[in-house]
Design a binder for this molecule. Structure first.
Ligand code: ARG
Length: 274
């Protein structure tokens, strides 16, 4: 259930108000006492610097999740982003931006496929593939390909996102990134031993306990190794918790499903054009 608190609650988090009194661990930026770091322990970056692949996903115009552009019309994200946010035409996908307030081209989705195995209660198979109505191309926009490398403990992976803004609407919503090591699967599973979390083989862990991690509202965003997307931000207990590392959907394991879904979506697009 704790995962529901860390993830699904964002559906009821109105900007500026954290419901249920649950607060992620926050690290204050010494330069600005009001600044809440989103990606924990990371640095500010630009979308272009990363490679242009991170997409901001808004629902009813509220920032909801990150996503990754893997083809001009295909966004990879977390299935749990769509829990209680089911109106397809209320989603917007924005590419090439670094600051959430930037004006940029936004596109609607034409269709999407959520993993049929996805379970909201334990976030098993937390993956969704979105087909956009129009290609997301232009300034600062790029794509990344799907993971071909099996991640091993200690490998450095790059996590990025806008994360949660806790208070006040006036904060600048800059993109952040952090490089963290992959954590051994067995070790991660035993860290979660005394919780309700059961780590499955659709999940991989990464982070530096106590200092570097993704956080709320980073969900759906990319974990990149060697210019390939290998993970999708899924959940954690708290953020940069000393006991609980961040958990990501394992893209390499889910790859057959992801590729099949892309094919299905693209053939849909083709049919619709005729
Ligand atoms: N489920 C969260 C979201 O929807 C992501 C949490 C990631 N947490 C972590 N500690 N790595 O934004």
């Amino acid at each position: 259930m704790q995962r529901l608190l860390t993830c699904l609650l964002l559906a009821v988090i109105v900007q500026g108000t954290v419901a249920f009194g649950w607060n992620p661990v926050r690290v204050k930026d010494p330069n600005d006492p009001n600044f809440v770091r989103r990606v924990i322990g990371g640095i500010m970056t630009s979308n272009a610097e990363l490679g242009g692949y991170i997409v901001a996903m808004r629902y009813y115009d509220m920032f909801a999740c990150g996503g990754t552009l893997i083809q001009e019309t295909i966004v990879l994200t977390a299935a749990h982003c769509f829990v209680n946010r089911e109106k397809k035409d209320q989603w917007d996908f924005i590419g090439g931006i670094s600051n959430l307030n930037e004006m940029a081209e936004r596109h609607k989705m034409k269709d999407m496929i959520i993993s049929p195995d996805f379970r909201p209660e334990d976030l098993y198979s937390d993956v969704a593939i979105v087909l956009l109505k129009k290609p997301l191309v232009g300034r600062n926009i790029g794509t990344v390909s799907l993971c071909t490398t099996e991640l091993k403990p200690g490998m450095p992976v790059v996590v990025s996102g806008w994360g949660l803004t806790r208070e006040g609407a006036k904060q600048e919503n800059y993109l952040r990134t952090v490089t963290v090591p992959v954590i051994d699967w067995e070790q991660c599973r035993s860290s979660y031993n005394r919780t309700e979390v059961i780590l499955s083989h659709t999940m991989i862990c990464a982070g530096v306990r106590g200092s570097k991690d993704a956080c709320l509202y980073d969900s759906g965003g990319p974990l990149v190794y060697n210019k390939e997307i290998c993970g999708i931000v899924s959940f954690g207990i708290g953020c940069a918790h000393k006991n609980y590392p961040g958990v990501y959907t394992d893209v390499r394991v889910m790859k057959p499903f992801i590729e099949e879904s892309i094919e299905r979506l693209l053939s849909l697009k083709y049919l619709a054009r005729k």
